[in-house]
Design a protein around this ligand. Structure first.
Ligand code: NAD
Ligand code: GLY
Length: 363
């Protein structure tokens, strides 16, 4: 049986339904909610459409007007060009203020679809139908955005969905690399909450095949709980929500350096967390077995050493575009202990020192 959780934010309270067969279990709730809208506009990508559109069609069959917009796969869909094209289709399809958008896919589709919903006619309701491991993070909490070539998620909004329907059975078709990328955000949720969750993940997932053998659903549900607790306190990132950005200052800078193509989001976040962990050890004397952690990541197939062409100067310029950077001061999210975080300003010299350390130790 699946689970129903509630996300409480200052602007909205909404349910997350999560489970291996949750579309069937929660199907009636969904249909009664969706039947009141004038049109249903589904945003999805080519992979998800090819693999799972029939299942969604079956679920939505009793509804009158369902329109699909299918984006290119991957980060490319979070571009101005695709955003404009989705908007054009929405207008041409006659979507009105009583229409609803369904974001059916991973974090890219959730972020893009949510941003379209937030801005179409100044906002129409939307639902998240996540299909990746990573989306346990992105589908909850209402951050929606597209990228600018100069930086990740720089154009966006806080805009909460009406509900999240997370059928984890859909994850079986994810390629290993995408499993690994999404698992990185789960590792983040463990590091920012409690050692026990990290220990359990380390014991249960030791090689890539384990992503498929051991049902991830209970851990994804725990990750959602970690996120829910934080967004309940701080929906719009005035304070503690920045903890969810652990690993992201460096990670986003790396993604931008790679033109949003070279590293998947989670792959970049792994580097970002290794950077932040090293800095936490230096600044807070964090007691953490980094060598053991890196060996575990390597066994799961992550790369933990930075390629030679990645220079500090490239990344520092990108870190200056980070949303946490103000008055040209980069802010880092660090661990004092697992689950005990701090946001600290970081000088260029400090960042470069950690960068060089990471390059020497990893390469
Ligand atoms: P994604 O949406 O691009 O999905 C990854 C790949 O898997 C794509 O090629 C997609 O077509 C494919 N795919 C999706 N579901 C599948 C399935 N069930 N079977 C087979 N293939 C499938 O990327 P993602 O990793 O899910 O999300 C990354 C994005 O999420 C980044 O842009 C990141 O910035 C964003 N993000 C947002 C938040 C937030 O709070 N809004 C949090 C974390 C990450
Ligand atoms: N992924 C960061 C946040 O949701 O705030």
């Amino acid at each position: 049986m699946g689970e129903e959780k509630w996300i409480h934010t200052a602007s909205k309270t909404y349910p997350v339904y999560i489970g291996q067969n949750i579309w069937q279990e929660a199907g009636q709730n969904l249909l009664s909610a969706l039947s009141s809208y004038s049109k249903v506009f589904v945003v999805t990508d080519q992979h998800v459409a090819a693999l799972h559109k029939e299942k969604l069609d079956a679920l939505l069959a009793p509804l009158n007007e369902v329109i699909y917009y299918i984006t290119p796969n991957g980060e490319e869909a979070k571009s101005f060009t695709v955003y404009e094209d989705v908007m054009t289709r929405a207008i041409e399809s006659g979507l009105d203020r009583k229409s609803v958008l369904l974001a059916f896919g991973g974090g890219v589709i959730g972020d893009l679809g949510g941003f379209v919903a937030a801005t179409y006619m100044r906002g129409i309701p939307f639902y998240q139908f996540p299909t990746t491991v990573l989306a346990h993070d992105s589908a909850v909490g209402g951050k929606v955005a597209i990228n600018h070539p100069l930086g990740k998620n720089l154009i966006g909004q806080f805009y909460q969905p009406e509900a999240v329907f997370y059928d984890t059975h859909l994850l079986v078709t994810l390629p290993e690399r995408e499993m690994r990328s999404g698992f990185a955000e789960l590792v983040k949720h463990a590091l920012i909450s409690e050692r026990r969750l990290l220990d359990t993940l380390m014991a249960s997932y030791q090689k890539p095949e384990d992503f498929y053998k051991n049902d991830l659903t209970p851990y994804l549900a725990q990750g959602i709980d970690v996120k829910a607790q934080i967004v309940a306190q701080d929906e719009t990132e005035q304070g503690v929500r920045a903890y969810l950005n652990f690993g992201h200052t460096f990670g986003h800078a790396l993604e931008a350096y790679g033109g949003f193509k070279r590293w998947l989001h989670g792959e970049a976040i792994i580097f970002g967390m290794l950077f932040a962990l090293r800095m936490s050890q230096e600044q807070f004397d964090l007691s953490f077995d980094l060598a053991n952690f890196e060996a575990w990541l390597t066994a799961l197939g992550y790369t933990t050493f930075l390629p030679k062409d990645v220079t500090f100067e490239n990344l520092y310029q990108n870190m200056l575009h980070d949303k946490k950077t103000t008055y040209r001061e980069v802010k880092m999210v660090l661990l004092q202990e697992i689950g005990d975080l701090a946001i600290v300003p970081a000088s260029e010299e400090t960042l470069e020192h950690i960068f060089q350390k990471m390059k020497h130790e990893g390469a």
